[in-house]
Design a protein around this ligand. Structure first.
Ligand SMILES: [Zn+2]
Length: 261
């Protein structure tokens, strides 16, 4: 399998038979994350090489650094074979923004939202998906009137994907991190015998003590790709990561770099 880094948490997984994009169709023009070059964005929008045979597009949630509605609707309308799996909030945004062409791509879109911390399975043209709903990491903001701290991300519906493509198992956790809710560990417990080849984990996940325990006890990935890194953070972050995790780590430097696993 070839893994190509797009930007932020966006990646392309390519095997002999299948190609999947996750959290990739965003504009990638917002520092501090790595920029997506304009010609690459155009290739994604037009669904031309190397994005001409995308079987499946996945989104963990609708934040702009993961999902751009314009790029997504263009790609779907330029390749009628591409399917999309995402939370209902993404379907709603596409429907609201592009009511005139939405009908043309509606059949390609699969909305999915299992109950919190539970899993739904799906098979999209031979690609096995386990889809969990997990909360987005918290972002606490002070309410200026009441003085209360409010979680700005409380209403974001967020998915985590465990995919099997041509016998390779990939976990992508998006912007989720383990929290104090006892149930939050349940999805990972189910992965104990899964033999995950690559886990895509954010810096928040990997630096969180509970996250480190989950990696060692349950996910036990062969390799880890570190994601959601600001360009400046990349050189500094390694020293804070435990040695046993460091040995499995890949950090991509630039958009469109690839590794083969
Ligand atoms: Zn987010």
């Amino acid at each position: 399998m070839e893994i190509t880094y797009i930007s932020n948490e966006g990646f392309m997984f390519k095997t002999e038979n299948k190609t999947v994009l996750i959290d990739s169709l965003h504009r990638g023009e917002y520092p501090p994350y790595d920029l997506i070059k304009p010609h690459v964005l155009e290739q994604m929008q037009k669904a031309v090489a190397p994005f001409d045979k995308i079987d499946l597009i996945l989104f963990t949630h609708h934040h702009y650094d993961h999902f751009d509605p314009y790029t997504t609707i263009l790609h779907l309308s330029n390749n009628s074979k591409t399917k999309l799996v995402a939370p209902p909030q993404i379907q709603n945004i596409l429907q609201e923004h592009f009511s005139e062409i939405y009908d043309l791509v509606e059949g390609q879109i699969n909305s999915c939202l299992p109950k919190l911390y539970t899993c739904e399975t799906m098979n999209i043209d031979g690609i096995e998906l386990k889809i969990y709903q997990v909360p987005h990491s918290e972002y606490l903001e002070m309410n200026e009137i009441t003085g209360d701290k409010v979680n700005k991300h409380a209403t974001v519906k967020h998915l985590m994907f465990l995919l099997e493509i041509d016998e390779k198992k990939i976990l992508h956790v998006g912007d989720s991190i383990p929290n104090d809710d006892k149930k939050s560990i349940e999805p990972y417990k189910e992965m104990i015998d899964d033999q995950i080849d690559v886990a895509f984990l954010s810096n928040w996940f990997i630096l969180n003590p509970k996250g480190q325990e989950i990696i060692e006890k349950y996910i036990k990935p062969e390799q880890i790709v570190l994601m959601h890194l600001e360009s400046e953070e990349k050189t500094k972050i390694s020293k804070d990561i435990p040695k046993n995790i460091q040995s499995k780590l890949t950090i991509f430097d630039n958009s469109m770099e690839s590794i083969t696993i």
